[in-house]
Design a protein. Structure first.
Length: 97
């Protein structure tokens, strides 16, 4: 089951994305979610199928959410994930503030 999906990024929260079926656009996304998400910026369109791998999301969950609720919200990674990827010297420096 392939789905053509439009992906929007949030102006308010870095690395927050909203996946919707291209044919539905944003029509199935609840108003309160759109209000919290902010004015969406169309990032790109993508063909999704169970065989496709996504870097931060489970494809089966994304497809299920698209079918059941009409959208999938990808949240930003926890801030701890950012810290884990910093070079060691930045984590151990004791520079004065």
């Amino acid at each position: 089951m392939k789905r053509i999906c439009s992906i929007y990024k949030s102006r308010r929260k870095n690395e927050m994305y909203l996946y919707v079926l291209k044919q539905d656009a944003l029509s199935r996304v609840p108003e309160p979610l759109l209000a919290a998400f902010g004015p969406p910026i169309h990032a790109f369109d993508l063909v999704l199928s169970p065989q496709r791998k996504l870097s931060r999301e489970d494809i089966e969950q994304v497809l299920a959410n698209l079918d059941q609720q009409g959208y999938h919200l990808q949240m930003p990674p926890p801030e701890d994930d950012y810290i884990e990827h910093l070079p060691e010297e930045l984590l151990t420096r004791n520079d004065p503030i």
